[in-house]
Structure formats: structure tokens, C-alpha cells
Design a binder for this molecule. Sequence first.
Ligand SMILES: CC(C)(COP(=O)(O)OP(=O)(O)OC[C@H]1O[C@@H](n2cnc3c(N)ncnc32)[C@H](O)[C@@H]1OP(=O)(O)O)[C@@H](O)C(=O)NCCC(=O)NCCS
Length: 201
Amino acid sequence: MLDKVIIREYKNSDELNWLDVHASVMVDSYAWWIVIHKKPTYKKEVVDLVAVIEDKIIGFITIEINSDIIDIVKGDYGFVWEFGVHRNYRGNGIGKRLINKAHEIMNDRYGINKSIWYSQDEKAQRYYEKLGMREIERHWQFSVYPTEAQKKLFEKDKFNCWAMRGSCNIEDFEEVKQKFRVIEEDDALKPRICIGYEYIL
Ligand SMILES: CC(C)(COP(=O)(O)OP(=O)(O)OC[C@H]1O[C@@H](n2cnc3c(N)ncnc32)[C@H](O)[C@@H]1OP(=O)(O)O)[C@@H](O)C(=O)NCCC(=O)NCCS
């Protein structure tokens, strides 16, 4: 059955099926902390692939070429925004096939052999390390409730702030926790270490 899996480019008519499998993948990965209801679009060109079995999408990868979301990487690269395989099909090499095919297209179209990956999900981090990706950076990601003083400051500008999300250097987290009310009790929002990787293929 798995020899029927094909990797092909995403097309607009895939959107609802893509969102279905994306939502399913989000259930058991902490890489995402918000639900998406539309397929995101990007400023730059993308390599956008899906893994399909009998017309059903079971995996996806979306890479934006030279995304300006980061500025720490020298030279050209693809930034990986989305990557997942439905849990019923994992461990069959489909993730690796998506990565290989995306790299092949990046190479052919743009002459690029480097992809950049970020994840705050520990299982995904182990996967990236198993594939031989090189860590380039790590930071804390978390959400905070505004303090009473911060609330008042925002209210002056008509903004009623419930919560805010952001990041900090690993070594600054204790200091940040002194000044902000970090949300610890919400499973989706609680602080996690996000690791950035570089993959050259
Ligand atoms: C990460 C993910 C896409 C991998 O897909 P997959 O199709 O199961 O991966 P593959 O079958 O191609 O695995 C390739 C190799 O990695 C290994 N592997 C798979 N998951 C692993 C993990 N969590 N940790 C370490 N190694 C892992 C496989 O055993 C395989 O090794 P082998 O080549 O020696 O047999 C999938 O687990 C997933 O969708 N996870 C949830 C979503 C997610 O967190 N995405 C990352 C967003 S940043």
C-alpha cells in the first residue's frame, strides 16, 4: 500500500484536505500553538509539496525561499514553515521523501542546497538531529499575561491586552520571568525551547 504514496506539488484545490491533515498533525506535536483555518501564504516563492495516497493527503512540506523571517543565515536557503506526516503513516520514510524531493526542487529551481528548520517540539528536534541537521540557534518561546502596570500602559492606547507571545535568549529567561507573568499552566502555550537547525543536502 505504501508504495502507492506519491509526492507532488500542492494545488489550490487541495486546501481543505491539506487543512484536515494539518489539524490532525497538530494534535500530537507541540510545534504549533495556534489552529489555522486557511492555508498560509508567503511573500517569497515557495516549494510546496504533499504526500498523497489514493487521492488523500497524508503529509506536507512548505518551504519559503529566502524568507525574511530570519536574518542569521548567510547565503541562500529555504525556510521550512510546515512539515508533517499523519500519525497513521509515520515511520515509513514519507517525511524523508518529502524532504528529499523539496531539496531536489530547491536545487533545480534556485540552486539552493540549504534548508532551515525551527521546532519547539522535542520529538521533532530528535528527528532533525537523527537526520544529521546542525543546530544553529536556540531560544525560549512563551506567552505572558501583562502585569497590572503593563495593562494600564496598553489601555492608555485603547488596547485591552489579555496575553502576549514572544521569545528570549536562553540565559535571559530567569530575568524575564521576574518582570513578566509567564503562562505556565496552559499546555499549548507554556514555555518551550525552540531549536533552529540547518540542513545541507
Ligand atoms: C517528523 C515527522 C514529519 C517524520 O515523518 P516520518 O514519515 O515518520 O519520518 P520518516 O519515516 O521519514 O523517518 C526517517 C527516519 O527518522 C526516524 N524517526 C522518525 N521519527 C523520529 C523521531 N521522533 N526521533 C528520532 N528519529 C525518528 C525514522 O525511524 C527513520 O529512521 P531510519 O531511516 O533509520 O529508518 C512526523 O513524525 C510528524 O509528522 N511529526 C509531527 C509533526 C511535527 O512535529 N512536525 C515538525 C514540525 S517543526
